[in-house]
Design a protein around this ligand. Structure first.
Ligand SMILES: Cc1cc2nc3c(=O)[nH]c(=O)nc-3n(C[C@H](O)[C@H](O)[C@H](O)COP(=O)(O)OP(=O)(O)OC[C@H]3O[C@@H](n4cnc5c(N)ncnc54)[C@H](O)[C@@H]3O)c2cc1C
Length: 442
C-alpha cells in the first residue's frame, strides 16, 4: 500500500506504472476494465460520470449502481407535505446516467483497492485505473426496535425513504388529535435540517386545516442544539417558540410500540432514563451509517466507517487513484446535495490533474446548504462551510424566513439539479456568491 505521507506527492506518472494492469479492455463478461469506475449513480456519481465520460469518451467510464430509479431526494420534504408527488422526484436511472458511460446495473459487494478492482453481487470483477466512490449513506431503520412493524400501521412515516415518504402526507390528512412526534437520531445524517422541515410543514398544515388546537407538536432530537449553526439555530428557536412546538434535546428514539402507539426515547445525558410518549403521528428520521460494503473494507475507511479522503482535495488518504464525493466520505461538512455540488468541481479538477500526472491543486471550502423550509411558502436558506461559518450567496439576512427562498427551493433547485448538476454543469453557487457580494465574499 502507498504510505499516507507520500500520497500527495504521487503523480499519475508514478501511478501509471503500477496501474497498467487495468488495461482498457473488456476481458469477458465476468471481468471488465475501465479507465474510471464510479460506484454509485446518485447525485455525486452521476455528475462525475457525466463530466468524465464526456471528457474521456465512450467505453472509458463505468457507473455501477443497482437502482432502477434516481431520486432528487431534497424534494421528499415537499412530497411529505403534499406539495409534490414521489413521481415528481424521480427519473429512471437509464435516463439520467450519461450515454457515453457503461451502466453496470449491479450492487458492489466488495472493494479490492490493492488490486484496483471492485466485485459485484454477480461476481463480476471490475478493474479500474481510477475509482470514484459515491455510495451515499445507509439508512438503518431496523436499528429501532419495533419500527419496521410500526411502518405497517397508520401514522408512522418517514420522508427519508421512497418506501415511506408517501405515508407522511397520508398521516397528516388522517390526523385527528394527539401528539405529532418528529425525531432526529443519534448518528450523522444526510440533510440535518430535514427532520424539522417536515415538522414546520405539518404544523402549518394542521393549523390551516382546523386541527392545530387538538395537536401537540413534539420534536425529539439527539443533538444538544436545534441546529448546528448558531445563526440559523437562533432563527429556528424563534420559529418553534412562536408556533408552540416543544423541543426535547438529547432524546434518542430507541423503540416504537405500534400496538399501544407509543414511542420510547432514551435520555442521552442520563442513559438509564427513558421517556414514553403516545403518538397519533410519528415521523422518524432513521439512524444512518456508512454503507456496509464500504465499512467492510478497512483499508478505505476511517474509524467511523466513512471513506477516508483529504477533506480539501477529496483524494483518498492512502490510494491516490481513488477519490470520494458526497455522503459516504468523511469530509467534515453537513451531508447534502449542495455539498456534493461544491465538492464536484474540486473532484473534477483534482482527478483530471492526477490523470495528467499532476498534483491536486483545487481545494474544497466545505460549502454546504440546507433550505430550512418552515411551511408551505417560507424558507430560511442556511448556507455554511465546514467550520460552521455562514457562507451565504445573497447579500441579505438569510436567517429570515422568506418566500423567495421557498420558491427557489420548490421551483428552481429541481431544474438546476436535473439539468445542471447531473450533467456535470453545476459546481455550487461560488461564483454567483462572489458576484452578489461584488467580489467581497470567499
Ligand atoms: C428527506 C431528504 C431531504 C433532503 N433535503 C436536502 C436539501 O434540501 N438540500 C440538499 O442539498 N440535500 C438534501 N438532502 C440530501 C441529499 O439528497 C444527499 O446529500 C445527496 O443525495 C447525496 O448524494 P450522494 O451522491 O452522496 O448519494 P446518493 O444521491 O444517495 O446516491 C448514492 C447512490 O449509491 C447507490 N448505491 C448504494 N449502495 C450501492 C452499492 N453497494 N453498489 C452500487 N451502488 C450503490 C445508490 O443506489 C444511490 O444511487 C435531502 C435528503 C433527504 C433524504
Amino acid at each position: 500500500m502507498i504510505s499516507q505521507r507520500g500520497v500527495h506527492l504521487l503523480t499519475a506518472h508514478g501511478l501509471r506504472g503500477s496501474l497498467q494492469k487495468a488495461a482498457l479492455s473488456t476481458t469477458g463478461a465476468n471481468h471488465k476494465s475501465y479507465k474510471l469506475v464510479v460506484v454509485g449513480g446518485g447525485a455525486g456519481g452521476c455528475a462525475t460520470a457525466a463530466k468524465f465520460s464526456s471528457k474521456l469518451g465512450k467505453g472509458q467510464v463505468a457507473v455501477i449502481d443497482p437502482a432502477n430509479m434516481h431520486y432528487y431526494q431534497p424534494m421528499w420534504t415537499l412530497v411529505g407535505g403534499g406539495m409534490k408527488t414521489l413521481e415528481d422526484s424521480g427519473k429512471p436511472m437509464s435516463e439520467v446516467l450519461p450515454r457515453k458511460a457503461d451502466w453496470i446495473k449491479r450492487k458492489v459487494v466488495s472493494f479490492d483497492p490493492h488490486n484496483n478492482k471492485v466485485i459485484t453481487d454477480k461476481g463480476q470483477e471490475i478493474n479500474y485505473e481510477y475509482l470514484v466512490v459515491a455510495l451515499g449513506i445507509q439508512l438503518n431503520y431496523e436499528q429501532i426496535e419495533g419500527l419496521p412493524e410500526a411502518f405497517e400501521t397508520p401514522g408512522v412515516c418517514s420522508n427519508y425513504s421512497p418506501m415511506y415518504v408517501k405515508k407522511t402526507f397520508k398521516s397528516l390528512k388522517r390526523f385527528k388529535e394527539g401528539n405529532a412526534v418528529f425525531t432526529f437520531p443519534n448518528t450523522p445524517i444526510k440533510c440535518a435540517g430535514a427532520p424539522q422541515k417536515i415538522m414546520y410543514i405539518s404544523e402549518e398544515y394542521l393549523r390551516t386545516h382546523g386541527k392545530r388546537d387538538k395537536a401537540n407538536i413534539e420534536y425529539f432530537t439527539s443533538l444538544p442544539v436545534i441546529f448546528g449553526i448558531k445563526k440559523y439555530a437562533d432563527a429556528l428557536w424563534k420559529v418553534v417558540n412562536e408556533r408552540n412546538i416543544n423541543v426535547n434535546l438529547r432524546q434518542n428514539l430507541v423503540e416504537v410500540k405500534p400496538d399501544s402507539r407509543e414511542a420510547i426515547f432514551q435520555n442521552l445525558d442520563k442513559p438509564d432514563e427513558f421517556k414514553t410518549i403516545k403518538y397519533e403521528m410519528l415521523h422518524v428520521t432513521p439512524p444512518m451509517s456508512s454503507p456496509d460494503v464500504l465499512r467492510n473494507c478497512a483499508a478505505l475507511v476511517d474509524g467511523a466507517g466513512y471513506l477516508k479522503v483529504n477533506k480539501e482535495t477529496l483524494q483518498h488518504e492512502s490510494f491516490p487513484n481513488i477519490f470520494g464525493i458526497g455522503d459516504c466520505t468523511n469530509v467534515p461538512t453537513s451531508k447534502t446535495a449542495a455539498a456534493v455540488a461544491g465538492q464536484f468541481g474540486v473532484l473534477h479538477r483534482n482527478l483530471s490533474m492526477v490523470m495528467e500526472g499532476k498534483t491536486p491543486q483545487s481545494v474544497y471550502d466545505g460549502y454546504t446548504s440546507c433550505p430550512l423550509v418552515t411551511g408551505y411558502s417560507t424558507c430560511i436558506l442556511a448556507e455554511f462551510d465546514m467550520n460552521g461559518n455562514p457562507l451565504e450567496t445573497f447579500p441579505l439576512d438569510q436567517a429570515k424566513e422568506r418566500r423567495t427562498m421557498f420558491h427557489m427551493k420548490r421551483d428552481i433547485m429541481p431544474s438546476m439539479y436535473w439539468m445542471g448538476m447531473l450533467n456535470g454543469l453545476w459546481e455550487g453557487p461560488k461564483y454567483v456568491r462572489k458576484a452578489m457580494h461584488l467580489g467581497f465574499s470567499r
